[in-house]
Ligand binder design. Structure first.
Ligand code: FNR
Length: 180
């Protein structure tokens, strides 16, 4: 099962990037996760959408060919980072690669809220572009810095167990979504 991951932080030491790398390793065999280089996408401009730079075409092709998309994002000012919204704006236009695409969302913050407000916005945006985000299958990791070791590996057992169950639901959802 081929899943692409879109991470909403371009920060070198991003906890969310570390979470994506952890998931890539931890779920190998169950899902094959490729992290997309959305930091290479230019700022969306409608003037360019019919003749976009090659990196836009390449990334959108990977989304289109995937079985599902995993969004892993921090929260910026009670919403998603502009960096992530930019990628979604590219995905939503011309060939509209998110339509009927099964989605899972996860995110973490050093604060206690664990990206809940950002994820509510993200679900709303994704519904608007026809993606299939499984209702209720949510992962909010508060105090994420205390749940990872020095190398950025998730080590908090209850969080790992919960994440395992959400990923299992996502895999199941990918199978069901094929007939929708
Ligand atoms: C934040 N942060 C933040 N945290 C939060 O829980 N709610 C919020 O609304 C915000 N807003 C916000 C805005 C901006 C511009 C920045 C830079 C940061 C803190 C944020 O959760 C923290 O910096 C995370 O570590 C960012 O995620 P990565 O880069 O570690 O993945």
């Amino acid at each position: 099962m081929k899943v692409v991951a879109v991470v909403g932080s371009n920060r070198k030491d991003s906890y969310n990037k570390k979470l994506a790398l952890y998931m890539q390793q931890h779920y190998k065999g169950k899902i094959d996760i490729e992290i997309l280089p959305i930091e290479q996408l230019p700022m969306y401009n409608q003037d360019d959408e019919l003749t976009p730079p090659a990196i836009v075409t390449d990334i959108k092709k990977k989304v289109a060919e995937s079985d599902g998309v995993l969004f892993i994002t921090p929260e910026y000012n009670h919403s998603i980072p502009a960096f992530l919204k930019n990628a979604i704006d590219w995905f939503s236009r011309v060939d509209k690669v998110m339509i009927k695409k099964p989605v899972m969302i996860a995110g973490g913050t050093p604060g206690v809220q664990g990206t809940v407000r950002a994820q509510i916005h993200l679900r709303q945006i994704l519904a608007g572009i026809g993606a299939l985000t499984l209702p209720g299958n949510e992962v909010y990791i508060g105090a994420i810095h205390e749940k990872m070791d020095e190398a950025g590996k998730l080590v908090h057992e209850p969080t790992i167990e919960f994440l395992n169950s959400v990923v299992d639901n996502f895999v199941d959802w990918i199978g069901k979504a094929k007939s929708l």
